[in-house]
Design a binder for this molecule. Sequence first.
Ligand code: 5AD
Ligand code: SF4
Length: 374
Amino acid sequence: MKYYIVTYGCQMNVHESEKIAGILERLGYSEGTCREEADIIVFNTCAIREGAEDRVFGNVGNLKRLKKKNKNLIIAVCGCMTQKEQTAKKLMDTFPFLDIVIGTFNVPKLGYYIEQVKKGRQLELLEEGDIDEVLPYKRTSGENAWVNIMQGCNNFCTYCIVPYVKGREKSRNEENILKEIKEIISEGKYKKITLLGQNVNSYGHDLTPAIPFSKLLHDICALEGEFTLSFMTSHPKDLTDDVIDAIAKEDKIEKYIHLPAQSGSNRILKLMNRKYTREKYIEIINKIREKIPNCRITSDFIVGFPTESEEEFEETYSLVETVRYDSIFAFMYSPREGTVASKMEGQIEDEVKNERVNKLLSLEKKIQKEDNKR
Ligand code: 5AD
Ligand code: SF4
């Protein structure tokens, strides 16, 4: 029996697919090389922008012919997109041949669902699960080992769907994280360990007793073995001095921070509910560069947020010029149903968004060229 997994979206989803692969292998499946030879196909979806969802609809639709050829083929869709009740329904309605449609919390029980499908049931389930469940990962990223340290997000940036599909922040116990990392080190084939969370800097606030993220970093670095440690994603409002100091001091921590600014305009940052200003952001960047010389810094930007004027976009442009990032991701704002920003007046036309995103990316290209030369 073969499985084939299609993954969309961020690093956390890549890691989630490693969990899915682990579960399927324990059930006796092995990895197939293409959809045609699979007995089960799993789509692990992303909901962050509309484009990601459109792609899923297209690709799932294409499977109808395979299902016709092989009546026993099981098709499952899971992840952030299917955690939204309306989207899950729409998928089921559009593609009645789907066998399993489950949300972000149901993956651990995938084996049980497969059994149910074999008994003739079609499943749509959206319920909560436990982040500390011990599951067998099939690590698939070469020398990189991903480690989840928390799930969910409490920030409710007004453009973002994540808090709605991943729930509130829940940190894993430090003990369990350290145990997982010790196992990774003892396997001897991983050189790089990356801690994952939507907002890693607020790790441990919800634990009793609370643990600062910097303590987790120091405790991991104290483990014996040769490895480098990195983490993502950091929120500028929570990147405290003790974390910057930990990166500076610990040889094992990679000198790299992904610090999404999203915009360079204070009015837009406020509308986004980001809870920092342009000035505060630049102050953090200066502190990082002072304490960690040669630290690589990268960022995410959203252009065309509702009501963003040309001048406000220019402020984002000038922030990129000022900081001179090692690289950036720039996205056109995509309204997500249910979020505050999707209901705002003053939505920007796609043409304008497109123009702004291209301007920002050309600037970044120019900066990278100049810095590479140097
Ligand atoms: N539209 C466009 N980009 C978005 N991001 C998050 N939500 C949206 C949205 N609705 C971007 C942010 C975030 C990155 C992962 O995706 O820049 O940092
Ligand atoms: Fe979304 Fe903001 Fe949470 Fe990041 S911090 S996941 S952008 S709500």
